[in-house]
Design a protein around this ligand. Structure first.
Ligand SMILES: Cc1cc2nc3c(=O)[nH]c(=O)nc-3n(C[C@H](O)[C@H](O)[C@H](O)COP(=O)(O)O)c2cc1C
Length: 297
């Protein structure tokens, strides 16, 4: 795959429990080129036909869908079902980065970094869908091993890599290592999307311009500021209320009215300005969407 064929240059990172459909659409509205639906279990899809009721993907969001698991046969079944049930999914991603014990206990997520053969077998099954396939990964402690893993993914048919510049052990501590992301880009034959600690769009663009990556993905900084993709910041309480209004309108329009999720997302908008802590606390106590609406006035 060529760099021009990537789904975009500025991508919204998958963040479980946060980046559901309305939030992804909000970021898209403000300039995210694409997003990735977070962590869907390949094995769970094989066990329940009704699993897709919980997953919403709209055409205009230009989204990929991320799968996790450790059983290649399940991926074969899962991808067939996905292409039938979710026609708007633009590409598939294999999670090789999640360090959470809930994921790694079954050998999935970041544990796959040490099992390139197993990860390669899953990429190969995903490729049978006819969709493009990416691998979202972390760094291994040694660059040599990281490159071995990247090359195994490339050989298995991965179309591009998304690299979060931290190791499994680091979790979210320390700084993302963009020099290592650059080395990966220089030593592999497929496009590399860099990820980690981008707190403004200009920084992402700088990394691309200076050859660190072919595109970039923004995670946490977009939660409090979904307008990061067009270079804007939340200026104060009225601005945050405006964002909340837009977000709730998207929830409404898309029939996505899950109060706990809306609360989680909404509290993030009230960050970084005077009075935001009080608003955050108040929003977190909401018991219904109607309760949350009070804070947009
Ligand atoms: C709350 C939260 C949930 C996340 N969920 C996922 C996930 O489901 N899949 C995944 O690949 N990464 C997940 N991540 C990692 C992010 O996609 C991203 O790689 C990481 O936050 C580093 O980027 P950032 O510094 O821009 O936030 C999550 C991160 C956070 C903070």
């Amino acid at each position: 795959m060529t760099v021009a064929e990537l789904p975009g240059k500025a991508m919204l990172a998958p963040m479980a429990d946060f980046t559901e459909l309305p939030f992804r659409l909000l970021c898209r509205k403000y300039g995210a080129d694409c997003s990735l639906v977070p962590l869907v279990s390949a094995t769970a899809i094989t066990r329940s036909e009704s699993y897709f009721e919980n997953i919403r993907v709209a055409e205009k969001e230009n989204a990929g869908l991320q799968l996790f698991g450790a059983a290649p046969a399940d991926f074969g079944i899962a991808v067939e079902r996905i292409t039938d049930a979710l026609p708007f999914v633009k590409w598939l991603d294999l999670n090789c980065g999640c360090p959470s014990p809930r994921t790694t206990a079954g050998g999935a997520g970041s544990r796959l970094l040490k099992k390139p053969k197993l990860a390669a077998a899953m990429v190969a099954r995903m490729k049978r869908s006819g969709l493009r396939v990416s691998v979202k990964m972390r760094l291994l402690p040694k660059m040599e091993k990281t490159l071995e893993f990247c090359k195994a993914m490339e050989k298995a048919g991965a179309d591009f890599l998304i690299v979060h510049g931290r190791t499994e052990k680091q979790g979210y501590s320390g700084k993302a290592d963009w020099d290592s992301i650059k080395k990966i880009r220089e030593r592999t034959g497929i496009p590399v999307v860099g990820n980690g600690d981008i707190n403004e769009i200009a920084l992402g663009r700088k990394y691309v311009k200076e050859g660190y990556a072919d595109a970039f993905m923004i995670g946490r900084a977009a939660l409090s500021n979904p307008r990061i993709f067009c270079g804007k910041k939340t200026e104060g309480i009225e601005d945050a209320k405006g964002l909340l209004r837009e977000y709730l309108a998207l929830c409404n329009r898309n029939d996505f009215l899950e109060v706990n999720n809306a609360k989680l997302v909404a509290t993030q908008f009230f960050r970084g300005f005077r009075g935001s802590a009080g608003m955050r606390l108040a929003v977190s106590k909401a018991k219904s969407i109607e309760d949350i609406k009070v804070f947009m006035q």
